[in-house]
Design a protein. Sequence first.
Length: 364
Amino acid sequence: MLKHKDHFHGSDLEKIEEIYGIKKEDITSFSANVNPLGISPKMREALIRHIDIITSYPDREYTALRTRIGEYAGASAQNILVGNGSTELISLFIQMEHPKKALILGPTYSEYEREISLGGGTSLYYPLREENEFVLDVEDFKRHLNEGLDLLVICNPNNPTSTSITQKNMRKILDECKRHDIFVIVDETYVEFAPDMGSVDCVPLTRYYNNLVILRGVSKFFAAPGLRLGYAITGNMDLLKYIGSHKDPWTINSLAALAGEIMFTDTDYIHRTRELISSERERIYQELSSWDSLKVYRPTANFILARIEKEDVTADDLFEHAIQKGLMIRNCSTFPFLDNRYFRFCFMLPEQNTALLKCLKELL
């Protein structure tokens, strides 16, 4: 039986296999937040055909890759920096900014605080409030921005709440940050899943704010966490030049670079992903909203956060019950401001989602 402190990330399948004796191949991970359609078919075919590309060094400037990303994201190639996953880019930008005091919108991904502390900085949290359905109160938030802060970090849509900030509201935040000389990192790992991506996508704002960097990757939407391919978009050319002169060359291998050049053009795959997630997101939200034993929060990403209302059931209990059936959910009590009543799961294929709903209902 797990102890409260033993919680698992979506990538911890080997640990699950060791502790529970369940082969990782037999586990359906609703914890990893990865596109259930798998990788882009167009990318798979290209990599098979061009496997010999690993005999050559990639272009040091990644010109073709940055051009393709720019076409996909709506940005100029000169405003794009590529890296070994968004995690490397989070580290790079935080190292370059070297903040003494940062504000993080939480509950959220722990890597931000970790990187800030590694550089000797201190992190403060502004909590998304449960009574507001974890939706940000922008006007109240603005009142917490001041000259004592060097950095603001926002995950949008946010993990684990699956709530998002519109581009219109982000502009209000950026105006206030500009006034107080605060640099802003917006992690858009999940933005491509948003119901109306255009209203959440903040890449257009990089044309007007030089205190803004947008981070994205291919791990979730393109189901390719093993590629370790991420990219940053910013209008701050001085910062890009400085980072470019300090970062290691060739942090992206030839196969990952080629994959990036191809996957962003697979429009059929992109369309099918958005259709699937949109349909399952609404179906699951409506179903769970009808359960008296749960409180759910309207999701805008490819996962949903829920709070258990049934007194004798905890997130530990749900995890244990589900994993015995080979279904892995995320206990959210390790996130700031959340306790052992909260859990999260992502949307998989319809039949898999139905199996999980049936499993949860057995306890709830």
